[in-house]
Every structure is written in C-alpha cells, then in structure tokens.
Design a protein around this ligand. Structure first.
Ligand SMILES: Cc1cc2nc3c(=O)[nH]c(=O)nc-3n(C[C@H](O)[C@H](O)[C@H](O)COP(=O)(O)OP(=O)(O)OC[C@H]3O[C@@H](n4cnc5c(N)ncnc54)[C@H](O)[C@@H]3O)c2cc1C
Length: 397
C-alpha cells in the first residue's frame, strides 16, 4: 500500500513527526538505517520544553523512570566567577516542569522507537535511504537498501527528511552548505564526580567550553567543544588530546579531580552547517536535517521535536486539501522562522560572549548581580521563555 508520508530517520525529529501524523490517521512509513536502541553523540540535555513535547508523544513516562531531573545550570566564567540559575516560573512564562532532564540518547531514542512500534504505522529499521525519486521538481519517493542489500523504491505524496546531520534528503536537493563556525565536540562520560546532582554545569574558557550533564546517579556526560583546527591534527590521538585540553581549562580540571573517565572519547565535527529550505513540492526537512549551529544552548532535540509539531500541522493540512505544492508547504518554513528565529539570534550573540574571555567574565559578573536576569536567560535557553522577553528587560533598564 502506498503510504501518505515517508519519514526518513527515526531520531527525535523523525519519530515525533511520525507519531503525530499517525495520530491524525495518516498512513506513515518510517525508515531508519539503524536498529534501535542505538547510540548518538550528544550532550544528553533535554530542555523543559522538550520534556513537554515528549509528554505529548507518550514517551515521558518511560523516561521519568530513568532520567535525571536538572533543576538549573551553573556556569563558570574563565576567571572563575560562577553563576547558578534555576528553571522557574517567570511572570507569564512557566516551565512545563521546573526542571530539564539529563538522559542518555540510547534511552531517549529507544523510548521514541518503542512508541513507533506501538502505533499503527510501518517502521522499517536497518533500511537506508540512498536517494530521492524526483518527478521534475517534485519529490515523489525514495530509494532504499535494506540490511540484506535488497534495493527498493517507495513512493508517497510527501517525503520528510528527518535523517540528521548527514541528511541524504537535504544533500540530494542541494540544500546543505558548510558554515564558517568550525568547531569539534569531544564527548565522553565520567563517574565518581563529587557533588554531581541536580544541575548542568558549563565551563567557559575561550576558545573552548565544557559541559557536565548528569544523566544517571553516578554518570555524567562530559562534552568539550574546541576549534576544529586545534583538534584535527590529533584525530588519531583523541584521548591524549582530550586529556591535555581538559587540563588547560583549570576550573573544569579542578571540578573533575577524583572523577574517573567511564568511556572512550568520541568526536564529531565540524558541528555547524547551513541548510536552505528545499522549496519544492512533496518534501520537508525536520530537525538536524534542516540545519545545526552549536550545542552550547542545548536546543537541538527541542528544535527537532517542536519542528515535528510544526511540520505535522502543515502536512495534515496539505494532505487533507490534496495540495502538497511548494507554496502550501512554505507555511512550515514561516512557522519555523517564527518559532526558532529569536533563539537563533540569541545563540549567535551568546557565541560572541563565549568566544571572548573579557566579555565572558564581564557577562558573568553582571549576572552575579542580577540573578533574575540569569533565570530569564535560563528560561530562554530552556525554551519556555520567548527571547523577546529579554529585550523587554534590557529596554526597561
Ligand atoms: C556534540 C553534540 C552535543 C549535543 N548536545 C545536545 C544536547 O545536550 N541537547 C540537545 O537538545 N541537543 C544536543 N545536540 C543536538 C542534537 O543531538 C540534535 O539536534 C538531535 O539529535 C536532532 O535530532 P534529529 O532527529 O533531527 O537527528 P538524529 O538524532 O541525528 O536522527 C537522525 C536519524 O536518521 C537516521 N538516518 C540518517 N541517515 C539515514 C539514511 N540515509 N537513511 C535512513 N535513516 C537515516 C539515523 O540513523 C538517525 O536515527 C548536540 C549535538 C552535538 C553534535
């Protein structure tokens, strides 16, 4: 049977899109090259608003049993100034819950895959999409190869590319471009960390930053982000590079005293890339397939989940009206710009701050004096306060 929609990728973006479309009664085929559970390099922080969407998707109960609630975030500037903020109601803005979550991607993505298996849709794992089928400008289906190397063609009125940072869909449409911000992430786990509890911890020390994110009672994700050009010569000696680099961030190094590395270092870079919207009939991009900037403000999973909510609204309307033209689908791009534009501008401004030692120190000292401003910033980072609220506060000064 021909599905209404093919969703390529079953990470947070693809799984959420498929679940929401299936709940609308549409025929959905989900394809992923992996078999779940599978791991994924990530800081493993879920913002309070990501938690809201996961509840809507029916995955939160499973995660609540294993995830670590994170009540706030502690940020250490290069000169050692430390500020600590909490996720709390701020005027009209309330977090879904007054915490974020730390949870391993293996667990998160497996919980979503489990939801896919429980729904009346078709979920094919170990099925790689190798190409798109085009009819002129229109995307009409995909070519796949399964684990037994059998090639197949599947057609549908709509294809959703949710296939992450190496998206075949975005590449085949010529939408993906390099970004001039060239950074690499080195990710591992530590255990035996003293006082590892209910907050994420960020250590800013230009040109690097490190993030400690507790995900289990005695296990924290440790992600270090460095300029790509510094790490590239050490691609065959990542462990040594990582240890040397951590030693250069004195506040992080001190924090890690007594802790043990609990996993090998994994690397990913360059992190940032641009994607222009496809603007073609029959296709949309969701999540990392639609672009990625930097993990500092930890909104990637929320953007994938909320992008799925926005895509589902457009797709349901388009399929019900029988109009999957580029014009009908452009509504999704407008919704994305409204939803994510303000935060994207703020994350770029924060990048400027964390790249300059004096500016980072100065900002930390201002935030020490204005804890409410820090909580507001955390609310924006946690995706439940709109970035325009910050402009209101700054103008009121
Ligand atoms: C170092 C690092 C740290 C990060 N830390 C955080 C964080 O702490 N919090 C946060 O919110 N975000 C974080 N992010 C971002 C976050 O990981 C992504 O934004 C998120 O995973 C996007 O979800 P997605 O579903 O779009 O893509 P993915 O999670 O990458 O899922 C894509 C899926 O597509 C499948 N796929 C790929 N190609 C094909 C193909 N050809 N055919 C079939 N299937 C295919 C893959 O197997 C995968 O399952 C981080 C990113 C990086 C790089």
């Amino acid at each position: 049977m021909t599905p209404d929609v093919i969703v390529v990728g079953a990470g947070p973006g693809g799984a959420a899109t498929a679940i929401l479309l299936s709940e609308h009664g549409l025929g959905v085929l989900v394809l992923d090259r992996a078999r779940f559970p599978r791991s994924k390099i990530c800081g493993e922080y879920l913002s309070p608003e990501a938690v809201r969407v996961l509840d809507r998707l029916g995955a939160l109960k499973t995660l609540d049993a294993v995830a670590t609630p994170l009540l706030g975030m502690r940020i250490t500037a290069p000169d050692g100034t430390t500020v600590a903020g909490r996720y709390r109601p701020l005027g009209p803005y309330r977090p879904y819950r007054e915490h974020a979550l730390g949870v391993s991607r293996t667990t998160l993505d497996a919980a979503l895959a489990e939801r896919l298996r429980a729904l009346p849709l078709e979920f094919r794992e170990e099925t790689r999409v190798t190409d798109l089928i085009l009819d002129g400008e229109r995307v009409v289906g995909v070519e796949t190869v399964d684990r037994d190397h059998r090639a197949r063609t599947v057609r549908a009125p709509l294809v959703i590319g949710a296939d992450g940072r190496t998206s075949v869909v975005a590449q085949r449409l010529g939408c993906r471009r390099p970004h001039r911000l060239r950074r690499m992430a080195l990710v591992t786990y530590v255990s035996g960390l003293s006082g590892c509890g209910d907050s994420g911890e960020v250590f800013v020390d230009p040109p690097d930053y490190g993030i400690l994110n507790p995900i289990e009672p005695d296990r924290a994700n440790l992600s270090l982000v460095v300029p790509l050009e510094h790490a590239a010569p050490f691609s065959d000696r990542l462990e040594a590079f990582f240890a040397a680099r951590v030693a250069q961030l004195p506040h992080l190094a001190r924090r890690l005293a007594g802790a043990r590395r609990a996993a090998p270092v994994q690397a990913m870079g360059p992190l940032a890339y641009r994607v222009t919207p496809p603007r073609r009939p029959g296709v949309l991009l969701v999540g990392d397939a639609a672009g990625f900037y930097d993990p500092f403000t930890g909104e990637g999973i929320f953007s994938a989940l909320h992008g799925a909510e926005l895509a589902a609204e457009t797709v349901v309307r388009a399929l019900r009206s029988g109009d999957t033209s580029a014009r009908a689908l452009a509504e999704y791009e407008r919704a994305r710009r409204t939803a994510f534009g303000g935060k994207a501008r703020l994350t770029r401004a924060l990048q400027l701050v964390i790249r300059h030692r004096r500016l980072a120190n100065l900002t930390a000292r201002v935030l020490v004096r204005r804890p409410a401003l820090l909580d507001l910033l955390l609310g924006i980072i946690g995706d439940f306060v709109p970035p325009r609220a910050l402009l209101g506060v700054l103008r009121a000064r």
